[in-house]
Design a protein around this ligand. Structure first.
Ligand SMILES: Cc1ncc(C[n+]2csc(CCOP(=O)(O)OP(=O)(O)O)c2C)c(N)n1
Ligand SMILES: [Mg+2]
Length: 603
């Protein structure tokens, strides 16, 4: 029997799973695998990040962009601990990923040795599967198992490899189980009585809406058909932006703090919600508690979790919506639908009225006008955490094959740069936009070195507003406290970039930004644009009090109409029997979340 080093057998399993790259950073305890990586040059691409957290976040982002598992590694002790943030990102957003973690040689374990600690218990709370290899012969089978477990349980799997086993010679006869996971999920269709019950709710409702999540990914066409036939506004979780193209007239965007105004306006007025493939935790605070809910999900644990459910359907979302489309009668536009469409138009006109504003420092709208004009139809957007979540949700017009990723439910700052590495590695032929606030960018800015080293075509856009804006807005609007700990120094990010061999440009105007973007599109490799950006906060949908002159002045919202204007105009009469208006009077305002970091949903 031919023999192979344990670490080489491990990498061969990755290759057989069609995984041809791995993010990581070496250490002494990982020497045996680094030797294997050297042996696999040309077959397995090694992306040497400058911080293990970046590798772990890149591995998590990889699945968000491509639907394929990402793999990262760290050495024993500090390298292992640095991975943790990326593992939690994967856990919260239900992302299959694999981390290979080194341990000191077996003969040195549990003896107070250098860098040694009991790694498995450390990973137990985060991992969907975590085990330390106990014999070298297990290596290929356990690598295979880690990948299958990550996919099946939709989370991070951690394989702990003691250094000595990586050097050991084992039989070279392992055959991977890649084919086993090629089965395409085929979730159940709904029963006839369930479809009838859903149609009844729809027919009895005056103002029904659809509220979907990532469970509908790939089925935007069915959602659009549904909205077209039943004249229902479509709303989504934050993470489901892009499932329906932004230009779809019925799509009001996501709901919550980061969302555009119209969906926030209309959600309390719905008397029926078709809730599909959506588990957004913030939805606890949305909708009239008395609204009728038809909830469709493939996971029974989700049914009734975020709102009382009247018609639970444990079935495929797209098949169920299609069955309702086939069985139900077309509807006229409801007052809520008409009001929503007009509200959205008012909101978008207001936003675009600032597109050519020459206010200094520059406003958000002119910047996003350029991004929308210049981003390729298959651009990949890596989105950090902070006000950029709000601006991206509201101002980027996603279309065609554009993709995006952020840190959703875990919402870690510093996600943008590692996610950009993942996008550029997975699809080097497509351009990558890393959109990050100055605080978030600072957390992983060392990855400019990685971008330069591999000449990745990434445009890093840093929004320098000299504050941790998202938290500043919370301190002002929610807790009414003095600003505390949010100031950022006005850093020269272009200079930092140049110091790391990345072309750096500082811009203050729309024209300068446009010229810099044009330059990026002509060149190879990475670039950084530091925008000296407005210190004003995005329009607050949490307050959304257009009848308050102070509020209007603060957000220059003279062009915006309160929703009551459209409600009156289109005869949106609150029906006491439906509970919508009653509920508004009776139910106390929900307490703001202690940390409403992103309002995002995994599904
Ligand atoms: C690692 C981490 N630390 C703290 C937070 C809390 N937090 C959320 S957004 C934010 C501010 C982001 O600031 P910046 O990147 O400058 O973006 P801005 O909102 O100013 O555009 C903070 C501190 C977090 N989400 N992640
Ligand atoms: Mg900032």
């Amino acid at each position: 029997m031919a023999k192979i080093n344990g670490a080489n057998a491990m990498l061969q399993v990755l290759l057989d799973w069609h995984i041809d790259h791995i993010y990581g950073f070496p250490g002494g305890s990982f020497d045996s695998t680094m030797n294997a990586i050297h042996d696999f040059k040309g077959k397995m691409k090694y992306i040497e990040v400058r911080h293990e957290e970046a590798g772990a976040l890149a591995a998590s982002a990889e699945y968000k962009f491509t639907g394929k598992v990402g793999v990262c590694f760290g050495s024993a002790g500090p390298g292992a601990v640095h991975l943790m943030n990326g593992l939690y990102d994967a856990k919260y957003d239900k992302v299959p990923m694999v981390a290979i973690v080194a341990n000191v040689p077996t003969g040195r374990q549990d003896m107070d040795f250098f860098q040694a600690f009991d790694e498995k218990p450390w990973f137990d709370p985060v991992a969907v599967w975590d085990h330390q290899i106990k014999r070298a012969e297990q290596i290929p089978a356990m690598m295979d198992e880690a990948i299958r477990q990550a996919y099946a349980k939709k989370g991070p799997a951690v394989l702990i490899l003691p250094k000595d086993f990586g050097w050991d010679k084992i039989d070279d006869n392992f055959r991977v189980n890649y084919n086993a996971l090629q089965a395409i999920p085929n979730y159940a269709a709904p029963r006839k009585d369930e479809v009838e019950a859903a149609v009844k709710v729809l027919e009895e409702a005056k103002n029904p809406v659809v509220y979907f999540g990532l469970g509908m990914k790939g089925h935007g066409d069915v959602l659009e058909k549904f909205a077209e036939k039943f004249k229902t506004p479509l709303m989504s979780s934050v993470m489901a932006k892009g499932v329906v193209e932004d230009k779809c007239p019925a799509y009001m965007g996501s709901i919550g703090r980061v969302a555009p105004k119209p969906s926030d306006d209309i959600q309390t007025h719905a008397d029926a919600v078709i809730w599909v493939g959506n588990d957004s935790p913030f939805s606890l605070f949305f909708f009239d508690p008395k609204a009728k809910v038809v909830q469709i999900d493939v996971d029974s644990e989700k049914l009734g979790k975020r709102h009382a459910v009247d018609v639970p359907i444990l079935a495929d979302g797209a098949k169920t919506l299609q069955a309702i489309i086939d069985a139900g009668q077309a509807r006229e536009e409801s007052p809520l639908y008409k009001a929503a469409i007009a509200d959205r138009q008012n909101w978008e006109e207001w936003e675009h009225s600032f597109d050519d504003s020459d206010e200094m420092p520059i406003r958000r709208e002119p910047i996003f006008d350029i991004i929308n004009k210049y981003a390729d139809d298959d651009a990949q957007f890596a989105i950090d955490v902070g006000n950029i979540n709000i601006d991206f949700q509201r101002l980027v017009n996603l279309h065609d094959d554009q993709t995006w990723a952020t840190s959703g439910l875990y919402a870690t700052m510093g996600f943008g740069s590692p996610a950009a590495l993942a996008a550029a590695t997975a699809h080097p032929e497509r351009e990558v936009w890393n959109l990050s606030g100055d605080g978030g960018f600072a957390m992983m800015s060392q990855e400019l070195l990685t971008e330069a080293r591999y000449n990745m075509h990434i445009l890093n856009v840093v929004f320098t507003n000299e504050t941790l804006g998202y938290i500043e807005a919370e301190q002002v609007d929610e807790s009414h406290q003095p600003l505390s700990g949010v100031i950022m120094p006005n850093n020269d990010w272009a200079k930092v970039a140049e110091g790391m061999n990345v072309k750096g440009v500082t811009v203050r105007t729309k024209k300068e930004f446009e010229d810099a973007v044009k330059e990026f599109k002509q060149m190879d490799g990475p670039m950084l644009i530091d925008i000296k950006f407005t210190h004003d906060m995005p329009y607050s949908t949490e307050l959304n009090t257009l009848d308050d002159p102070e509020f209007v002045k603060k957000y220059q919202a003279e062009g915006l109409k309160p929703f009551s204007y459209f409600a009156d105009k289109y005869g949106l009469v609150e029906d006491a029997a439906s509970g919508a208006s009653e509920a508004e009077e009776e139910e106390p305002e929900p307490e703001p979340e202690p940390d409403t970091t992103s309002g995002a949903s995994a599904h």
